[in-house]
Write a protein that binds this ligand. Structure first.
Ligand code: BJW
Length: 246
């Protein structure tokens, strides 16, 4: 694939998924050896699963928090951050990843569609999500200090979006506003995502409706590959530095 034809007027919306962080050593969800392999997704990625067994869910996320200690952004994260430095407000990165590696690489205009692994929030009160690198391994699910002060027991949960839950307030609105402002100058690049999870999987159709052009970079053809104008198969860390070169 040729480098993306980015001009002085182009507005680039990027969608990333777990494949972007695979080369940093973070397992994807649905590939062989991925996080879902051998796991019932309903047990660890739904509210019902959490309500049934909060400790099992906390163990799953605690292990992922601990694994973050050894990971760093890779060439794909860095290529996207470098492109943002060139495009400024004509760039927006919507990520399904909860690992914070885009920000670690220097990306600033990031919309976290599925939350952040390193934040927690109360499952009951409206206290804002807070930074929380603590891994809970002591055999007790953590409780909300604010609720406890009010005489109630409420368990903390990871600040992530599970199946059947709404995306964070304003996340989709920010993506849609970027697309509308760009109009026909809109370009869309999806990287490292299986195209199975909504609403992210349908962003390609929304861009096409606005008259934008669409590119996909993925290790294998994902579920929604046929809906893109251009498809490049391969590793994001190898392809993005070339595709996004000045
Ligand atoms: C590489 C690579 C390399 C590897 N280089 N590539 C419309 C129709 C049907 C259902 C729905 C619908 N709208 C909503 C739904 C329900 C549901 C949904 O989508 N279900 C489908 C599964 C059918 N969606 C929701 O519930 C969402 N909420 C919502 O829409 O609210 C409104 C609503 C609710 C209910 C009904 C209707 C409307 C919320 C979705 C939340 C997803 N949460 C998770 C967990 C987050 C926390 C955590 O991390 O634990 O998010 S699930 C999981 O999947 C995670 C990911 O972000 C997400 C996407 O996965 P991703 O990133 O694509 O990873 P993989 O592993 O699937 O793919 C990796 C790809 O990379 C592969 O293709 C590899 O080939 C590739 N790759 N190495 C390039 N080096």
């Amino acid at each position: 694939m040729q480098p993306l034809p980015i001009t002085d007027r182009s507005h680039l919306l990027v969608l990333t998924g777990a494949g972007v962080s695979a080369e940093s050593g973070i397992p994807t969800f649905r590939d062989a050896g991925g996080l879902w392999e051998g796991r019932d997704v309903r047990e660890v990625a739904t509210w019902d699963g959490f309500a049934a067994d909060p400790l099992r869910v906390w163990r799953f996320y605690s292990e992922r928090r601990q694994a973050m200690a050894d990971v760093a952004p890779n060439a794909a994260h860095r290529a996207l951050a470098a492109l943002e430095a060139r495009l400024g407000d004509r760039f927006l990165l919507a990520t399904q990843n909860i690992d914070g590696l885009h920000q670690a690489a220097g990306s600033q205009r990031v919309v976290e569609l599925h939350g952040n692994l390193m934040r927690s929030r109360c499952s009951a009160c409206d206290r804002a999500p807070f930074d929380d690198r603590q891994a809970y391994r002591a055999g007790v699910a953590p409780l909300c200090g604010r609720c406890r002060a009010a005489g109630k027991d409420a368990v903390l949960r990871p600040d992530v979006v599970w199946f059947g839950e709404l995306l964070p307030p304003g996340a989709l609105a920010r993506v849609e506003a970027f697309g509308r402002a760009a109009g026909r100058e809109l370009m869309f690049l999806a990287v490292g995502t299986s195209g199975l999870v909504e609403p992210a999987a349908s962003l390609v159709d929304a861009v096409a409706r606005l008259g934008g052009r669409t590119w996909l970079v993925n290790a294998e053809p994902p579920a929604n590959a046929a809906r893109f104008d251009h498809v490049a198969l391969g590793a994001a860390g190898a392809l993005l530095p070339t595709l996004l070169a000045a």
